[in-house]
Design a protein around this ligand. Structure first.
Ligand SMILES: [Zn+2]
Length: 351
């Protein structure tokens, strides 16, 4: 054989070996690769670095994978991670680390999925969720929403000052108060043909226009609606609350009236309406009330303190109190049969 022929064979052999090595490099150089079990590249690398492969039992644990991948892995909890069912929640590992630190057992953690899998879950409130659940086992399915509303605290405690009081979607209740100096700047006066009291005859422009349209439409159907009370100044609200306490006692006042800066009437977006001039009690028996139940959302209004939801809103059933939130939000609230508090947690990210 000629020398040059030998040379060509050698070159071709080297090339062939090179190609074989190239296409099998994963098998040849990554003997301990856990990506084949399902672990990410990064987790796989860490499993090698930490030398914990013997605990894996050749199976995949998504909880362990995420702990390693997010740099939230704590060595003491390795065997727990493997047994904890993963929940797709970006604060999951942080949360279970806290629970494990507080001596929660794996089974107990797996049983807390009703909290940890809630789309409204917020890590910083984990302890509040657990405390609320301890006292309200019957509310298991809604622990996160109810705690986010603030119901783990008594009414008029843990009060926050509202940051955007001018928002048409402002939430004013016993946990959220208006800033001391707030007054809406687009109040519009109602024509006397719509209203009863001259003291509270204003509402914010958008709510005013919507209410007029609603009253005009119900009138066309041969029914009546009157504005009993629209916007109230904080002093006026304070007077109402003080009188209520004087006349009916504190317990009654707390569920039928609002402390100043805690009343929706101070936003100019709420209205007390009824079918008989000056009369609110018993409004639910009138056909106008039934009409509102079916139609108020089309004008952007919601019944704000419904029957059966007193424990959420903090107010007695008030069939006459309507709140303007716009047609889209009002329709959603009607469709889901929820309170405005629940809406704020579910769709506006409130805690
Ligand atoms: Zn009212």
């Amino acid at each position: 054989m000629k020398k040059s022929m030998k040379f060509i064979i050698i070159i071709w052999s080297i090339l062939l070996i090179g190609i074989l090595i190239y296409f099998n490099k994963d098998k040849l150089f990554k003997q301990n690769d856990y990506t084949s079990l399902g672990y990410s590249e990064k987790s796989s690398q860490k499993i090698k670095e930490l030398n914990i492969s013997s605990y894996l039992n050749d199976t995949y644990s998504k909880t362990l994978d995420k702990a390693l991948e997010n740099d939230e892995y704590i060595n003491d909890y390795l065997q727990d991670y493997i047994k904890i069912n993963y929940i797709d929640n970006k604060e999951f590992i942080k949360s279970i680390n806290d629970l494990l630190k507080n001596n929660y057992k794996v089974d107990e953690i797996n049983n807390l999925s009703f909290i940890l899998s809630s789309p409204y879950y917020k890590y910083e409130h984990l302890n509040s969720y657990l405390e609320y659940y301890k006292k309200n086992k019957d509310k298991k399915d809604n622990v996160v929403i109810l705690t986010n509303i603030g119901l783990n605290n008594d009414f008029y405690t843990n009060i926050k000052e509202i940051k955007e009081p001018d928002s048409l979607l402002v939430l004013v209740n016993k946990y959220n108060k208006l800033p001391d100096d707030y007054k809406p700047n687009d109040l519009v006066e109602f024509d006397t043909k719509y209203m009863i009291s001259s003291k509270t005859r204003y509402m914010r422009k958008e709510a005013h226009d919507a209410l007029i349209k609603m009253i005009d439409d119900i009138n066309k159907e041969g029914m009546n609606l009157w504005l009993n009370s629209g916007f109230r100044t904080k002093d006026y609200q304070n007077g109402l609350f003080t009188n209520s306490v004087k006349n009916n006692g504190m317990d009654h006042a707390l569920i039928y009236s609002a402390k100043m800066r805690h009343s929706e009437h101070e936003t100019g977006l709420a209205a007390d309406i009824s079918s008989v001039k000056g009369m609110l009690d018993g409004f639910e028996k009138y056909k106008e009330y039934t009409w509102l139940q079916n139609n108020a959302h089309k004008y952007g209004f919601i019944e704000r303190y419904p029957k059966g939801k007193e424990w959420i809103t903090g107010y007695a059933y008030e069939p006459w109190h309507y709140r303007y939130v716009g047609t889209e939000v009002a329709s959603k609230i009607k469709e889901e049969n929820i309170t405005y508090e629940e809406y704020c947690v579910k769709y506006l990210g409130y805690y």
